[in-house]
Write a protein that binds this ligand. Sequence first.
Ligand code: ZN
Ligand code: ZN
Length: 586
Amino acid sequence: MSKIKVMSEVMANMIAAGEVIEKCASVVKELVENAIDAGAKNIKVNLEAGGIKKIEVIDDGQGMDEEDAILAFSRHATSKIYKADDLFFVETLGFRGEALASIASVSEVELETCMGEVGTYVHLKGGEVLETRKSSARKGTIITITNLFYNTPARLKYLKSETTELNNSISYMERLSLSHPDIAFGLTNNEKTILKTSGGNNLLKTIHEIYGLNTSSNMLEIKASNDDFEISGYIAKPAVLKKNRNHMHTIVNGRIVRNNEINRAINDAYNTYKHEGFYPVVVININVDPTLVDVNIHPTKQDIKMSKIDELTRLLYETIKETLYQNLLIPDAIFDDAKNKDQGEFDETFVAEQLPNFITSDKNLEENEVPEVNQLILNIGYEEDNDVNLEFKKLKLYPIGQVHKTYIIAQDETSMYILDQHAVHERINYEMITKKLQEQKTYTTQMLVPITIELSAADFRTFMERADVLKDLGFEFEEFGINTIIIKAHPTWLKEGNEEESIRTIVDLVITNEKKFDKTKFLDNMAKMISCKMSVKANEDLSFEEMEKLLNDLVKCDNPYNCCHGRPSIMKYTAYELEKMFRRVL
Ligand code: ZN
Ligand code: ZN
């Protein structure tokens, strides 16, 4: 090869490196994925200064012979070293073949690899081979990258702080561990262990190793399928929520992917079980015919496009929603420090400190199965019936009084309860409205004084286009002058007294709903907003009768445990817990 040709190859490698190697984590990613491709079951990543000084990856994969070890750093070695058996990410294979060449062009590399007999050592700098020799016969590969970007100062400048670079690698290794529970991963930085999984092919155990006990003990298993998709994995109970989406892991055919539609479906399924701005921890494996996955994606991105995505999101939504519903939760307000400890949690975790225990309701238990720890059932003595929600409906709560005009204290034979009066009332109204919306027949109240609503020209047009949805609900209205509507009747479930405010809210909601009008979403949002408006607020006096009615209505709810925005509505202290708190028992 002429000198010019060699130079142009080095240049090409450096340009490629600039495109795909942006940070230490991208190097870690390439090296670790090579190790996985080599069939490794133990992969250890050792970083120095978050990878800025050194990245070392040790695997026990099949290793390479001498010829391949040298070819591995050539751009054109693709077909020999990388088998094109990966239908899913076929586009990335071209890159994968070039990855080592690219990394080597902007760093110093030492490779020690062996297929079992004679090992090979290769030392390169800036893409040029400095030394090759025989080495030890340890099966597998050890690859070490130092001086990353030493010859491309512009790139070097873009490397972030040690903490940021390290965090990127941690986050990548966590996701990888969750997508490969069969592989034991290790990650150290400056010789300090940061992540370690055991690789026993037990996903729940891996979740435990990554997130700690508090999370892993609050996971619910899911499993479902339809004609095209198969989903399985674990979803967190609403007791463990995070403040960002990074812990929603979706794995398609073994690859971690990101897809906004999938994330939205998962989040929507948590709808009334959590606050906005909090996200669940989920690890969901999705198996799909590879031909439904669009492979035309950038190698460094994890986005995917998928045909029949609507089918998949519906399956996810329904499965998750059903699973949460079947495990309805009442926070048990016991103070138990031991249970709150959680080695793997980050401070962003939202764990309501005083409600670490949840009583699960296993609606679906087989008849001969005994529900695990079902305190509520044990307390009220309906051992034979497995339906906790049914049990809840049999509860008879007696109000004691109101605290700070905001909370209701109640009791029954076994426990003391604290309830949030607004959350309770909102839940009752939400379920009432939701049921009314599902009824075929609508009942209408004629208004004595019709209300007129003036709109902007654009809003008026949008409103009229979507007006049918309100007519179906039992609203009666017509045009009344320019860009104005007059409303003459409303469905009876709108409470007298604040109907004008509610109607204005509903009209706003019809107009501001996203570009593509989604009726189901609109109705749910409407039910939430109106039930909030109709409900008793904090700082309002309640009579004894009013409290009694709230308690009676709450126990009849399908999900009495949260308001429709996911806030808890009821908390329970059993007599035993009270005794413990006051040290009457030990
Ligand atoms: Zn509210
Ligand atoms: Zn609420």
